[in-house]
Ligand binder design. Structure first.
Ligand code: PEP
Length: 264
């Protein structure tokens, strides 16, 4: 039986103090009685402060990215070992904003891909995180152009296969996968619940082929992309959607709390 999970991705928002105030407000609303797993993914710099708050609650801590090597001459990177020092339980990997072009930001064509993760680096990150006991939240999803070309399923299948090369089913057992259609992230354009369920079911089938049925039945699959308090319940009611990866709405205490309630 998979327990629901709701993760908030704050991206490059909120100072430590603002983050602390937000988590305190969420805890005040929830009375610390979550029946599901709730994860907050602050920026690296806010992790120590939010780790302190989380330690006194049932909220789990997540990071938004990591490097795959333990230590060394990798300027500006953060390793899974450094995350584990702050009791980070989860780490987002392969978010569309780190795979390629950043969200809605207009950046020069020459910088597209500058931040990008390939299937190969995503695979290395997953292995490094599993080694440290940090649960990866692996993001997959198609762009609008890929959807319109009828490539949604094949793109996602390739992302899953690339990310999971050489990872044993026993390790994959605790994995979290987030289906995040790129065109739905930060746009207010949520994927229709029936279609989100179809894709999440396809993802589960694919995980069954890569690992085995028991493993794929245990893996939690989240939907992400403009999840709000008024559409969360319909999405989370779907049998293959085990919760959400939430960006914008996770930074408004009342909205995030309502999304948590919808998942419960
Ligand atoms: C995200 O950052 O993964 C995301 C889904 O953002 P939003 O909820 O704002 O669309």
């Amino acid at each position: 039986m998979r327990s629901p999970l709701v993760a908030g991705n704050w991206k490059m928002n909120l100072t430590s103090a603002e983050g602390e105030a937000l988590v305190t407000e969420i805890l005040h609303l929830a009375g610390e009685n979550f029946k599901i797993d709730v994860v907050i993914c602050p920026s690296f710099l806010a992790i120590p402060k939010i780790a302190d708050v989380c330690r006194r609650s049932r909220i789990k801590l997540g990071a938004q990215n990591c490097f795959w090597v333990d230590k060394g001459a990798f300027t500006g990177q953060v390793s899974p070992t450094q995350l584990a020092e702050f009791h980070v339980d989860y780490c987002i990997v392969g978010h569309s904003e780190t795979r390629g072009k950043f969200g809605k930001l207009e950046i020069p064509e020459s910088t597209v891909g500058l931040f990008s993760e390939s299937d190969e680096t995503i695979n290395l990150k997953l292995k490094a995180l599993f080694y440290q006991g940090v649960t990866p939240i692996l993001c997959v999803g198609e762009t609008l152009a890929e959807r319109e070309a009828g490539q949604t399923d094949s793109v996602i299948e390739a992302q899953l296969r690339g990310a999971l090369v050489g990872i044993e089913p026993a390790e994959m057992y605790g994995l979290v996968v987030a289906y995040e259609p790129v065109w739905a992230i930060g746009t207010g354009q949520v994927c229709d619940a029936a279609e989100a369920e179809r894709v999440c079911g396809m993802i589960r089938g694919c995980l069954g082929q890569i690992a085995d049925d028991e493993t794929s039945e245990n893996i939690r699959i989240l939907y992400g992309g403009s999840v709000k308090s008024d559409n969360a319940a319909e999405l989370f009611r779907m049998p293959n959607i085990d919760g959400g990866l939430v960006g914008g709405a996770s930074m408004v205490a009342k909205d995030f709390y309502q999304i948590i309630v919808a998942a419960e």
